[in-house]
Design a protein around this ligand. Structure first.
Ligand SMILES: *Cc1c(COP(=O)(O)O)cnc(C)c1O
Length: 345
């Protein structure tokens, strides 16, 4: 039997409808701007996020990296969360490629704190870098898919406006936030200059992310995409799947959120377990056992694997489980059972 793969919501395969659309999509050379399927995906994405324009890129990492290169100049400083994807998991690209200096701050309730930002903005001083960009993440991967609300973002926006800072949202899972907050993605995206999102996270697309923003910012983003080698040709074959993802993939995310809550319900009574967040807000749950260190959680992940359950051990945070389209109720129950067998009293 196939393993129950909770490692990430990126492990999903395309749906039957995606394969159908991929086979028949009208194509062109997207570097010349004449792939009609890509153009449609970019237009639909921009509309969905309430922005003027969008550019299709191969990955969320490229979308975020391009956003930083578009909004900040070499030598500028950006403020971001110390557990954000951009800071931890993008190979330091913003520093390496653009010379943008990251300043990691400790999040409060999954968001940057406005007072902390105010205290961190550099004065006009030739010794210091120029603070020019704030990056947030919604939903927040390393905080177990927590969502941040409009009320949390508003004071950050106010400081940014007062100080002339740009804002980028890493919205790799913005549609999970849309569903969890019952707030249109366009409203979540509204305060930000640029917003990235992934078609490959939970939406079942094989490849692809978009960066959305103003016409001018996206024009510059296209230049940086080309610089990074992200200009693709008849990429409508992939964009066709992206259109299906936006059409059919979002409403069903509520099912993943429901299963994530059920996973938490099934594990909450295990001895010494700590769930984060509890209850889960979207499709991600961190499962930590008080008596286990990083290596102990690695060993637990190996024991789970032997029982047909795959999940990632993430150091001190424990084990990360992510729900997605290919985990049905049967898979969910199998996962709960495996934890109970291994950690039940
Ligand atoms: C996965 C992820 C990304 C990067 O996406 P890739 O397509 O894997 O490069 C960016 N931000 C967050 C929050 C993510 O979870």
């Amino acid at each position: 039997m196939d393993p129950v793969d909770l490692r990430s919501d990126t492990v999903t395969h395309p749906t039957a409808e995606m394969y159908r659309q991929m086979a028949t999509a009208p194509l062109g050379d997207d570097v010349f701007g004449d792939d009609p399927t890509v153009n449609r995906l970019e237009q639909v994405s921009a509309e969905r996020l309430g922005k003027e324009a969008a550019v299709f890129v191969p990955s969320g990492t490229m979308a975020n990296t391009i956003a930083v290169g578009t909004l900040a100049r070499p030598g500028d400083e950006m403020l971001l969360m110390e557990d954000s994807h951009i800071y931890l998991y993008e190979a330091g690209g913003s520093a390496r490629l653009w010379g943008v200096h990251p300043r990691p701050l400790t999040p409060v309730d999954g968001c940057l704190d406005a007072d902390m930002i105010r205290d961190s903005i550099r004065p006009q001083d030739p010794h210091q870098p120029r603070t020019s960009l704030i990056c947030l993440e919604n939903s927040h991967n390393m905080q177990g898919g927590r969502v941040i609300s409009a009320a949390q973002v508003a004071p950050v926006v106010e400081v940014a406006r007062q100080s002339g800072l740009k804002m980028h949202l890493d919205g790799a899972r913005i549609f999970h936030a849309e569903v969890a907050l019952a707030t249109p993605a366009a409203d979540i995206a509204a305060p930000f200059d640029t917003v990235s999102f992934c078609l490959s996270k939970g939406l079942s697309c094989p490849i692809g992310s978009l960066l959305c923003g103003s016409i001018d910012d996206i024009a510059e983003a296209r230049r940086l995409r080309k610089l990074l080698g992200g200009g693709m040709r008849q990429v409508g074959v992939i964009a066709a799947a992206g259109l299906v993802a936006l059409d059919e993939g979002i409403d069903r995310l509520a099912e993943d959120h429901r299963r994530c809550r059920e996973l938490a319900d099934g594990l909450r009574d295990l001895d010494g377990v700590q769930l984060a967040p509890d209850p889960p807000q979207t499709n991600i749950l961190f499962i930590r056992f008080e008596d286990l260190d990083g290596a102990g959680h690695e060993a637990l992940a190996a024991d789970l694997e032997a029982r047909g359950i795959r999940a990632l051990a993430v150091g001190e945070l424990g084990i990360r489980a992510v729900l997605h389209r290919q985990i049905d109720d049967q898979g969910l129950h199998k996962a709960i059972e495996a934890f109970q067998q291994l950690r039940g009293s």
